[in-house]
Design a protein around this ligand. Structure first.
Ligand code: SF4
Length: 284
């Protein structure tokens, strides 16, 4: 397709394809193509936090702020062994809890949030994690992002999870210019049907972690480059870009210690993406 040809030419010269005015309809169509391409690239996209029940996912998501999911996954086994239920965590000794979660950073604030939300779960929700966004965000330390993670992944309530990766990629993809996560969520919700929201969130976050990094996106190894107006923000040389890939695409393990059975699925095969030309081969 003409777009792919233009991209290949851009890749060949190392120059970014000039942006051109795009109608809202064209943007929506392109956005949905990106979602389909990401679905092919990451058929196994899933939450990268280990959890066995809604309470564990809620706690793990609170702990995941400003750290990696792997770090959280290394910390939660001891935490859940010591405090298996909300009532246990509600009665925790703060100093002891802080010591357990210290590796995740910001441990004093996180300990406060965990004890606070556990008290609320115990006293106001019968020890159960509530199932609505409105109720979830009343819990200490729980914002829309955390609420959507839990609602989407354990209760099947569609939600868009705007974390740092999702916000950055939504802007790079030209889906929105908004910086505020709530505004990004609203803009993206207009583009995609509800049924796609939860998996779209996983796919975009997977792409942000593996290829479209904050400081140096691996544009030259990015299978969706033909659909991305920000191609050229990062490394366009295919060989150099391939070295920037992370997790299973870069030949390293993913973040889950107790992953789902199909993890990490079939490593990305960009050349196999139907209808999406590539500028480079992703190895690893
Ligand atoms: S890596 Fe580059 S081409 Fe790929 S999505 Fe990010 S900015 Fe766009």
């Amino acid at each position: 397709m003409a777009e792919s040809k233009a991209r290949k030419t851009a890749a060949g010269t190392g120059a970014a394809k000039p942006r051109k005015a795009e109608s809202h309809l064209a943007m929506v169509r392109r956005a949905r193509k990106i979602n389909r391409a990401l679905a092919e690239l990451y058929p196994y996209a899933h939450p990268e936090l280990d959890f066995e029940n809604p309470f564990q996912l809620l706690v793990a998501t609170v702990l995941s702020a400003q750290t990696t999911d792997l770090r959280v996954n290394q910390t939660t086994p001891a935490l859940f062994a010591r405090y298996p239920e909300p009532a246990d965590l509600a009665a925790a000794n703060p100093a002891e809890l802080e010591e357990i979660i210290r590796p995740t950073g910001f441990f004093r604030n996180k300990a406060k949030s965990l004890i606070g939300l556990s008290i609320a779960l115990r006293d106001e929700f019968g020890g159960e994690v509530p199932r609505t966004l409105e109720q979830m965000v009343t819990l200490p330390g729980v914002g829309r992002k955390t609420a959507n993670v839990v609602l989407g992944n354990v209760f099947g309530v569609p939600g868009i999870t705007v974390d740092t990766h999702f916000g950055r990629l939504a802007r790079r993809f030209g889906w929105t210019a908004e910086e505020d996560p709530v505004a990004v969520e609203a803009a993206v919700a207009e583009i995609f049907p509800k049924s796609e929201w939860t998996m779209l969130s996983h796919r975009v976050v997977f792409h942000g972690r593996r290829i479209c990094h904050a400081r140096k996106p691996a544009c030259g190894a990015c299978p969706i480059a033909p659909l991305c107006p920000s191609y050229g923000e990062g490394e366009t040389d295919p060989e150099k870009a391939a070295k920037l890939l992370k997790y299973e695409l870069g030949g390293q393990p993913g973040q889950r210690l107790r992953p789902p059975a199909d993890y990490p699925g079939t490593p990305a095969a960009p050349g196999a993406l139907s209808g999406t030309a590539t500028t480079a081969t992703v190895e690893g």
